[in-house]
Design a protein around this ligand. Sequence first.
Ligand SMILES: Cc1cc2nc3c(=O)[nH]c(=O)nc-3n(C[C@H](O)[C@H](O)[C@H](O)COP(=O)(O)OP(=O)(O)OC[C@H]3O[C@@H](n4cnc5c(N)ncnc54)[C@H](O)[C@@H]3O)c2cc1C
Length: 414
Amino acid sequence: VTASAPRALVVGAGPAGLIAAETLATAGARVTVHDAMPAPARKFLMAGRGGLNLTHSEPLDRFLGRYGEGGGRVADAVRETPPATVIAWAEGLGQETFVGSSGRVFPRAMKASPLLRAWLARLDGLGVTLVARSRFVGWDEAGAARFQSAEGRESRETPDALVLALGGASWPRLGSDGAWVETLAREGVPIAPLVASNCAAAVDWNPQGVARHLGEPIKGVAVSIDGATARGDVTATRAGLEGGPVYALGPRLRAALARDGQARLWLDFRPDMTHAALAAKLRAGRPDGTTTTRLKAARLTPAQIAFMRDGHGKTLPVDADALARAVKATPVPVTGMAGLARAISTAGGVRCDALDERLMLKARPGVFLAGEMLDWDAPTGGHLLQACFATGIRAAQGALARLGLPLTAPRGRS
Ligand SMILES: Cc1cc2nc3c(=O)[nH]c(=O)nc-3n(C[C@H](O)[C@H](O)[C@H](O)COP(=O)(O)OP(=O)(O)OC[C@H]3O[C@@H](n4cnc5c(N)ncnc54)[C@H](O)[C@@H]3O)c2cc1C
């Protein structure tokens, strides 16, 4: 990197900001990354606690469909930087990956820290400077970007290109607190309200019923609402009902709650069995036994039976047909969505029409946006990080085009 090279500034040292920094520096820009936190990528490290689901191995068309109706810009970016590129990049950083049984892709290390360490070393080698405890607070009248240090000292920067990757607003104690909404709204940037996504459905558990089974996984259940079904494992927690199927149905659940003020999720504890087969099994088990012994004989767990008792009223039907119906459709009344504080991601953000196709802010030419601060939503499964990497690269390439530098991509396996 030469002293005369164009200067690019990235704000936000999460996955979107760091991959943007790598892309810019690889092309020869002088890059500085500012972050409000004392250390980079706190949320990325937290994602590593769950194994760091980097991306997914499903066919690209299905993958792109996960970003829903409003996700066109993100889907375009993922088409350009598909899962294979992210996998090659992670492996280039010494992190061998594998495909889990659900098709999700993880690093063998099942955590983020070794990947982050290698990544930060690579960035250092590319001359990228990290400035911690530096909060972006907007622009002055002359167009300089304003930063505040933790001690309240103010500084101004006038880079040749600026990439903002400030994240959503979930888990605010890890850094992304959504305070940028006010900053960008002042500039007239259209922003869809930030709401919790991939979060628990809030449920008032019966203290004598399901509340006695908090944390026990309910495996292989089918969850339905308004004609849509998702399968997987769910868990009752203090926050409500959590797990992949609940997250996947989040948009529908939010719509039902907005429409009716309350909603019901329906659980099918035996999705692979027809009603008739299940009724026959319940009948055959212990014809003279109590309902509970018959349910246990059909291998329903105490937690599942607690869901059934709470959902259907304490006295479950004696008749095997009716009991089978109850096993295959247990209602869970939902009072709302759990808050942003513990949500895995944020829906809403800077609206697509605020950006051009290179993710540049129309209101501020030369400013590019990436990651979760954009208005898209996706279920868990690696689609979140994949979108952050892909939009980070796209935003950086937009900046490179503006700076007249070659459009490089981050390094893959060598
Ligand atoms: C518990 C948990 C588990 C997860 N697991 C997975 C998973 O397995 N797979 C997956 O795909 N996704 C997962 N995610 C989601 C994923 O971590 C996020 O989608 C991703 O980190 C978003 O990246 P980002 O770069 O857009 O923002 P962030 O990672 O949120 O980074 C934004 C950065 O910007 C900084 N910042 C914010 N405002 C300012 C400002 N004004 N000035 C300066 N700096 C600022 C913040 O300090 C932060 O470092 C998980 C999330 C959580 C909470």
